[in-house]
Design a binder for this molecule. Structure first.
Ligand code: AHR
Length: 617
């Protein structure tokens, strides 16, 4: 086989082909990329998020030689968007009385000499004059370092920098008081100073760096099923994910139930997503709900759809508008004067149900009319799902969507067998956004299967515009879904074999494929007449041919199984010892490199071909 690369014929541009997909499942945000160390910082955990949750999940009472009551109140919150707060009532002062947070995994990670930003909202009852002590400590209660703050009677935000004198991966943050009385706490937060790019409310440096090193062309976010599961009532505690709830002061972002069985603080919100995309050079691809929850089969009534469509239009303005626009101004006020340069928007995720496709039309028209240059991604149904799968394509073709979002999780064999899946797709049709795919596993074999598939994607850049592996992140102690590309706990992070395949393709994505032609060299296959079975050595001798033989194989006639294969060259007059065998019903084939000069070959059975009569010719 000869490969001929034609540098003059350039195929379709690969564009933004390989990127990443971020969804907050497996504690990908809280307890993952988002560097907040306090779990349940605003006491909003509730059974609606997860049956095992309550407002004091991840908090523990401390009462050494004293007594305290921990009460959850809602009467006078810092923000009505997050109504719960802690009232810590010390009834009997003692050596060490208060509360501590357990963090994620084994606890909080303190590094010797590192600085941590502590913040909280707090107030005290009028008669209580003692300070609040903030301490970093180990899980046995040994205090590493502490600081005191005096509280006002009204809610106020307190900020303290704490340097850890030790390294500990199982640390605790404690808030204690030494006198009798009541203090109120909310939004108790601890961040390392050393976040990715040193940002406040920032990202865990080790995980963010692993993503940056992929060099993705784009990032799809914030989900997945997370986007379309939830109540359609915006005031509900389990309301659907709406991007406007995720920007601005943390207190104003209503913690929510995520469909992945835990509470999302939304501390990692749309502004942070856009900023991270910019930091790592990835184009942002936000996914918005389409007014339809396929999990519970509930749809926004058509005459109430406008606010949902406005979410999409306003998001584009938030990303791209200048400071004279309402939402562009909000972005500038948050600290980013320049536009984020949004090019794509996706409506819906894996939608099954006609209700979605009816609503999609309204979204599509409104976006196209106001922002004709934005590429609109039509949700496809999960594949393979029969007629439902086709429905996404039908909608995309009818509406003139730029892309269709295909998803599939299959066996590695499926990926290998479907290498040519997109060969027949047409350039004129909506392009493919392969928004989620993975083979079932994190083994080298899975990674190789995905690599072969990705070669097929590159080859079909005329039809496939974007592709990203899913899911991307997983905290090893909070697993919703496997396999995943990157695994971590509170202080370690590992890329799987699948990660390194993705990295290879992203780091080396070219602009265009060159035309490659495979030319099969002429060959002749000679087949012997062979006895039904043989036992012993077989030895092959080329006949009077001038040709060079390139492959010798012995094939079982019944099953087609190749019993023996050797690709050594055998020249004229040379002998090739095959092997000692017991074969029944077999055929010996000899492939010649060139057809010319090939006349035949002799196959000897036994040790000494010389002088023996060949049994086949
Ligand atoms: O990637 C995990 C989940 O798989 C996504 O949330 C969803 O879109 C798909 O079913």
């Amino acid at each position: 086989m000869k490969l001929i690369v034609d540098t003059k014929i350039k195929k379709d541009a690969l564009g933004d082909l390989f990127g990443i997909f971020f969804e907050d499942l497996n504690h990908a945000a809280d307890g993952g990329l988002y560097a907040e160390m306090v779990r349940n910082r605003s006491f909003e955990f509730a059974p609606i998020d997860n049956a095992a949750y309550h407002p004091l999940t991840a908090w523990e009472k401390i009462q050494t030689n004293g007594e305290a009551r921990l009460l959850i109140e809602t009467g006078n919150p810092v923000s009505h968007k997050n109504p719960h707060y802690l009232a810590m009532d010390v009834l009997v002062p003692g050596a060490d009385v208060g509360v501590q947070n357990l963090g994620y995994n084994t606890g909080m990670v303190f590094e010797e000499g590192a600085i941590y930003y502590f913040t909280c909202y707090a107030k005290r009852e009028q008669c209580f004059k003692e300070p609040l002590t903030i301490s970093l400590r180990n899980k046995e209660g040994i205090i590493y370092t502490s600081q005191e703050i005096y509280l006002d009677e009204d809610w106020k935000k307190y900020e303290v920098e704490i340097t850890s004198p030790v390294t500990d991966n199982s640390g605790r943050l404690a808030l204690t008081i030494s006198g009798r009385g009541k203090v109120y706490l909310d939004f108790v937060s601890l961040f390392p100073k050393d976040t990715y790019k040193g940002r406040r409310n920032g990202l865990r440096k080790d995980i963010a760096t692993k993503l940056e090193e992929l060099k993705p062309k784009f990032m799809r976010f914030p989900g997945g099923c997370l986007v379309h599961d939830g109540s359609l009532d915006p005031a509900a505690r389990d309301a659907m994910y709406r991007w406007k709830n995720t920007i601005g002061p943390l207190e104003e972002r209503p913690a929510r139930r995520s469909n992945w069985g835990y509470n999302q603080t939304l501390g990692l919100g749309y502004y942070e997503y856009f900023q991270f995309c910019e930091d790592i050079g990835a184009k942002p691809i936000p996914v918005l709900p389409g007014g339809w929850d396929p999990h519970h089969r509930r749809a926004v009534e058509l005459d109430r759809l406008q606010p949902w469509i406005d979410d999409a239009l306003d998001l584009i303005e938030f990303a791209n508008g200048d400071s004279n626009t309402v939402w562009g101004k909000k972005r500038a006020e948050l600290g980013h004067e320049a536009p984020f340069g949004l090019e794509y928007i996706a409506i819906g995720n894996e939608e099954v149900g006609e209700e979605f496709f009816i609503r999609y039309v309204y979204f599509h028209k409104a976006i196209r009319q106001k922002y004709p240059n934005i590429k609109i991604i039509n949700s496809g149904s999960p594949f393979p799902a029969g007629g439902e799968y086709e429905r996404g394509w039908k909608s995309a073709k009818e509406n003139g969507s730029d892309l269709v979002d295909e998803h599939y999780y299959c066996s590695p064999e499926w990926f290998i067998a479907n290498h040519h899946r997109y060969d027949a797709f047409l350039k004129e049709d909506p392009n493919v956004f392969l928004g989620e795919y993975a083979s079932w596993g994190n083994t080298y074999y899975n990674a190789l299967a995905e690599a072969t598939y990705m070669i097929g994607l590159e080859r079909n850049a005329h039809a496939v515009a974007l592709a990203c592996y899913a899911p991307m992140l997983c905290n090893a102690d909070y697993v919703n879904w496997r396999p995943d590309m990157i695994w971590y706990n509170n202080h370690q992070v590992f890329g799987t074999a699948n990660y390194y395949v993705q990295k290879l393709f992203m780091n080396h994505q070219g602009d265009r494929l060159l035309a490659i032609k495979a030319e099969k060299e002429p060959e002749a296959v000679l087949v012997t007449e062979t006895p039904d079975s043989i036992f012993g050595d077989i030895i092959l001798a080329t006949n009077d041919s001038e040709a060079e033989y390139s492959e010798i194989s012995v094939v079982n006639d019944d099953t087609g199984e190749v019993k023996y294969f050797d690709d050594r060259r055998v020249k004229k007059g040379e002998l090739a010892y095959i092997t000692r065998v017991l074969w029944k019903n077999y055929t010996v084939k000899l492939k010649a490199k060139e057809t010319e000069g090939v006349k035949g070959f002799n196959l000897y059975f036994g040790h000494q071909p010389k002088g023996d009569k060949p049994f086949a010719n």
